[in-house]
Design a protein around this ligand. Structure first.
Ligand code: ASP
Length: 331
């Protein structure tokens, strides 16, 4: 029997109504396991209560805590299932994909839209399938299991706030899917995977600025001193209002001239950026320090930038790391 470690971090899956009327995480990892007793027939499973947080309150410190929890138990288990709130699960999935690289053992995130004790919950199905995936011989890497889909940690995005089919793999195939309880794998583990590499340095000083028509440029210099890199969520394949004559171009040029990175991404949900297409983008693309997220998800781009800044000694090294594909984050 495979040995699986369940690492509980909170989320709706573990929530109960509070006296004040809202939902908050309350159930322990042992209580979660007790709700799915059939897991005992699938594997030997131990439980670790790492946090009990709404995932709105999960960020870089907790990502590092999860990396350490997996690292410290890596040799003792065949796979890891992390229960987590859905709201920031895509950020955590991307963070773990960058911080736990080349893992032949699966590290699987799951959660639910309804608490596990609810009559109509999706929690038991998701937790059961997450463990089934973690035990499967075809399982590998950092993945998110939700509503029968297995999605790469670097490609997952929450696309619905309420329905059970809350997550999608953006611009890349699912790793696998469940047809009832049968797993159909699509993406095999890449050749030459392993040994696993754990990294636990991040620089969270990344700011995401969503462009809106009419936005003033003088917001950008205000961020200097607070942030080491800027992500500009631009329109379409990318560009700056005013082109290379405009104040936004001058602000980005000055931002980068001080040795910082500026990464262009897009507000469009699919197919990514390509700054070279239009005159409004070409001059920005040519600036030293300007990068493109291409088809990375917004979550992956933000977290990868934190990871790259945390690893690198200088801007060029951070840029190189950012543009190096990790677990199919760039097609
Ligand atoms: N607010 C919850 C959380 O992210 C939502 C959920 O888990 O579905 O922790």
């Amino acid at each position: 029997m495979k040995r699986i470690l369940l690492i509980a971090t909170g989320g709706t899956i573990a929530s109960r109504p509070t006296a004040a009327g809202g939902l908050a995480p309350a159930l322990t990892s042992a209580e979660l396991l007790a709700c799915v007793p059939e897991l005992a027939e699938v594997c030997h499973i131990d439980a670790l209560q790492l946090y009990n947080l709404d995932s709105t309150n999960i960020g870089p410190d907790q990502w590092i805590g999860m990396v350490h929890a997996v690292r410290d138990h890596y040799d003792a288990y065949d796979g890891f299932v992390i229960t987590h709130g859905t709201d920031t699960m895509a950020y955590t999935a991307a963070a773990l994909a960058y911080m736990i690289q080349r893992s032949a053992k699966p590290v699987v995130l799951t959660g639910s839209q309804k608490s596990i004790y609810n009559r109509d919950t999706d929690a038991r199905n998701n937790l059961y399938r997450a463990v089934l995936y973690a035990c499967h011989p075809a399982a590998w890497g950092v993945q998110l299991v939700f509503d029968g889909k297995v999605i790469l940690g670097t490609r997952a995005r929450k696309i619905r706030t309420k329905s059970f089919n809350a997550f999608s793999s953006i611009d890349y195939p699912d790793t696998a899917e469940f047809r009832d309880l049968r797993l159909v794998p699509f993406l095999p583990m890449p050749a030459g995977y392993g040994p696993v590499q754990f990294q636990d340095r991040l620089d969270p000083a990344v700011f995401v600025l969503r462009l809106v028509p009419g936005m003033r440029a003088d917001i950008i210099p205000l961020l200097a001193g607070h942030c080491n890199a800027l992500i500009l969520e631009s329109f379409g394949v990318g560009g700056l209002p005013g082109g290379d004559d405009g104040p936004l171009f001058a602000a980005v040029r000055d931002w980068c001239a001080a040795g910082r990175l500026a990464v262009f991404t897009t507000q469009v949900p699919h197919e990514g950026s390509d700054l070279a297409v239009y005159e409004v983008g070409r001059a920005a693309k040519a600036l030293p320090g300007v990068l493109e997220a291409q088809d990375m998800t917004p979550e992956a781009a933000a977290v990868k930038l934190m990871w790259a800044l945390g690893q690198a000694a200088d801007r060029d090294e951070a840029a190189r790391l950012f543009l190096t594909p990790v677990q199919f984050d760039l097609a």
